[in-house]
Design a protein around this ligand. Structure first.
Ligand SMILES: Cc1cc2nc3c(=O)[nH]c(=O)nc-3n(C[C@H](O)[C@H](O)[C@H](O)COP(=O)(O)OP(=O)(O)OC[C@H]3O[C@@H](n4cnc5c(N)ncnc54)[C@H](O)[C@@H]3O)c2cc1C
Length: 421
């Protein structure tokens, strides 16, 4: 049995590792980006000088041969699912018994004039980082289009090298399609404290050439003109599926899969950022584009491929991020606009950058989710409460249990509970 995995990111590598744990199948991992798996989430730290590329590789280079996982550096050009063959850019043809597509995402492009100019780029791959490094000496002012997680990382990266940074955000507050207004404002103010010029209700209209094929300035849809010599395009990512258009694979936003990561083609699986669930799991998105879900997808699919059929059951949604120095965690379902059937409580420390939002069902008081900013909470506790469908009264009473700093809650719990009324 020969399993071929396209993509050496967290999902593909987790799948390869677990297939090795569970079987003696031949495993080949193909990737065009790098020879070895690295932590994509640490790209920013390489640029900022906190880590070397070598430090972002979770496994030593000898790990792969020792574990009989063959690595191949190439781009896969096309897939023949009926004859179970892959065509590589280097001209080789590879046969497989089972194929795993773990080909990740690509950055969205705004479709505006000038986006192909030099010094205009997204931040996704190692090649993007190399490009940014190459341009860096010539950047004095960068404009970043898009107010999300990758946008703020790029802002922090440029800021760390003393560049002036302007961020264009379409919504009325930071990360407006994910965060409610208050959290967005709190994080937005934190970003501004770091001297990032954060502009709301602004979108990129065009990027002008300096006459030598490089960026000279941008224009926004509201008519602003900003002189700059770098443009970061961070308006989200989408599953990397364009190259699969001419295959038999069923695609929507991503490659359509069931809860076992099976596609519509026999013995072809899709995992990680590129996969889309035909039936989204309750309280979760159809396409899951975060690190821990990639890992879980890979481990689950490996079990099924090795005959230990496993259904994907990730439990309640959670995610975490850091915006400069401010930590953010979310558990369960906290919509950016709280709908009619939900109730919410938002508490913010009077002086510090600390905040909590709780959301529950209006009809039965069942706790649905929490956003936490500036306070570290324990994932396992919220996971249990959400699975057990605890009521909001219970959660408020026991909030201190979920904190790594129970003293903090002893001080503030009355204040938070008083807001509940
Ligand atoms: C800058 C940045 C910061 C992030 N920070 C966080 C974070 O803090 N927390 C978090 O949870 N998530 C974060 N994410 C998201 C997270 O990194 C992704 O969800 C995760 O890496 C996706 O893993 P994957 O295995 O699905 O795909 P990828 O990591 O994208 O790996 C796919 C690989 O497949 C290769 N490939 C694609 N097509 C082909 C082909 N045709 N032939 C050969 N190879 C191919 C690609 O080149 C790539 O190497 C971040 C993402 C970025 C870009």
């Amino acid at each position: 049995m020969h399993v071929v995995i396209i993509g050496n990111g967290i999902s593909g590598i987790s799948c390869a590792r677990y297939i090795r744990k569970l079987s003696d199948y031949d495993i080949t991992v193909i990737s065009g980006e790098t020879d070895h798996f690295f932590s994509r989430t640490a790209l920013m730290y390489i640029y900022m000088g906190h880590m070397r590329f070598e430090d972002t590789k979770p496994y030593e280079d000898h790990f792969w041969a020792k574990n009989k996982i063959q690595l191949l550096r190439s781009w896969v050009k096309s897939i023949e699912a009926d004859s179970k063959k892959l065509h590589l850019a280097c001209g080789s043809i590879i046969a497989y018994d089972a194929l795993v597509l773990a080909c990740g995402s690509v950055p969205n492009l705004p479709d505006c004039p000038g986006q192909d100019l030099e010094r205009v780029q997204g931040l996704y791959s190692m090649q993007d980082l190399e490009k940014l490094e190459k341009y860096s000496d010539g950047i004095s002012h960068g404009v970043i289009a898009g107010g999300g997680l990758i946008g703020v990382e790029l802002a922090e990266m440029l800021h760390s090298r003393g560049k002036k940074v302007t961020m264009l955000v379409r919504e009325s507050h930071y990360w407006g399609n994910v965060l409610p207004q208050e959290e967005g404002e709190l994080i937005g103010n934190h970003i501004r404290k770091h001297k990032i010029d954060l502009l709301f209700h602004e979108e990129l209209k065009s990027i002008d050439d300096d006459g030598y094929g490089k960026v000279d300035r941008i224009k926004t849809k509201s008519g602003e003109e900003i002189l700059c010599n770098f443009v970061g395009l961070t308006i989200g990512v989408r599953p990397n599926i364009e190259w699969l258009k001419d295959t038999l694979l069923e695609t929507g936003k991503g490659i359509m899969v069931d809860r076992y990561f099976r596609t519509n083609c026999t013995d072809v699986y899709a995992i990680g950022d590129c996969a889309q669930f035909r039936q989204p799991i309750e309280g979760r998105r159809g396409v899951e584009q975060v690190w821990y879900t990639g890992k879980l997808h890979g481990i689950t699919a490996a079990h099924t491929i090795c005959g230990k059929i496993a259904r994907y059951d990730p439990g309640p949604w959670f995610n975490s991020a850091k915006f400069f120095n401010l930590e953010y965690q979310t558990y369960g379902n906290v919509p950016s606009q709280i709908p009619e059937n939900m109730d919410t409580l938002y508490w913010k420390h009077p002086d510090k950058e600390l905040a909590i939002r709780l959301v529950w069902d209006k009809r039965d008081s069942i706790f649905l989710g929490i956003n936490v900013i500036g306070i570290r909470m324990q994932h396992a506790v919220f996971d249990t409460w959400l699975r057990q469908k605890k009521k909001i009264e219970f959660v408020l009473k026991n909030l201190g249990q979920a904190s790594f700093d129970p003293e903090f809650f002893k001080i503030h719990v009355h204040d938070i509970a008083a807001k509940f009324g």
